[in-house]
Design a protein around this ligand. Structure first.
Ligand code: PRP
Ligand code: URA
Length: 209
């Protein structure tokens, strides 16, 4: 079974509180999501393999370390996942970005795929699927399935807020996937919104409501 990591660093929790607050305006919301994505990227990259290289410092020659092995790929789920891309790229500027467009049908809550554009070498990359919200889990499950159908094998999921229902659903559908979160909330309401959550992530990021 994949592991669930809740990133409980005080900076992340403080910024998440501001993100949740309904008084936070669109610009601040966007900036805060960006900052939390950067902080979470620090956690999610903790186990990247290092290789030794020789470096000549102004003082002497030394054995130092660089990140080696798999290249990274970021896969934001449109729209709201876009809000996390720049924050992760701040730490991993060499990552390639692929996009998966999904929206949740408001009646059935089922994800509907409308766009997929991935790096040509996506199968060789360590992928991080980005979406602020893991509610029923339908969107994350569909995005991960779309990647696996294209022979991707190294996939992690990074979200800000999850409902317990969504975590369970992803674990059942994709037991090999590790999930990185800033918080696990209480539950979903009758409209499939996370409680207490932050409302509609896409609308708050892009000011569409
Ligand atoms: C939101 C959110 C996730 C999805 C989560 O997107 O960004 O993608 O809902 O819900 P789920 O876990 O029940 O699938 P939405 O469908 O509202 O689209 P948007 O990002 O374009 O606003
Ligand atoms: N999508 C959102 O944007 N917010 C929720 O609470 C659930 C799904």
């Amino acid at each position: 079974m994949g592991k669930v990591f809740v990133c409980d660093h005080p900076l992340i929790q403080h910024k998440l509180t501001l993100i949740r607050d309904e008084r936070t305006n669109t610009k601040d919301f966007r900036d805060l999501v960006d900052e939390v994505a950067t902080l979470m990227a620090y956690e999610i990259t903790r186990n990247l393999p290092l290789s030794p290289i020789q470096v000549k410092t102004p003082v002497t020659e030394a054995t130092c370390y660089t990140i080696s092995g798999r290249m990274l790929g970021l896969i934001p789920i449109l729209r709201a996942g876009l809000g996390m891309v720049e924050g992760v790229l701040n730490l991993i500027p060499g990552a390639k970005v692929g996009h998966i467009g999904l929206y949740r049908d408001p009646e059935t809550l089922q994800p509907v795929e409308y766009y997929v554009k991935l790096p040509t070498d996506v199968q060789e990359r360590q992928l991080i699927v980005l979406d602020p919200m893991l509610a029923t889990g339908g969107s994350a499950i569909a995005a991960i399935t779309a990647l696996k159908n294209r022979n991707c094998t190294q996939i992690k999921l990074m979200c800000l807020i999850a409902a317990p229902e969504g975590v369970r659903a992803v674990q059942e559908a994709h037991p090999d996937i590790d999930i990185y979160l800033a918080a696990v909330d209480e539950q979903l309401n009758d409209h499939g919104y996370i409680v207490p959550g932050l409302g509609d992530a896409g609308d708050r990021l892009f000011g569409t409501k």
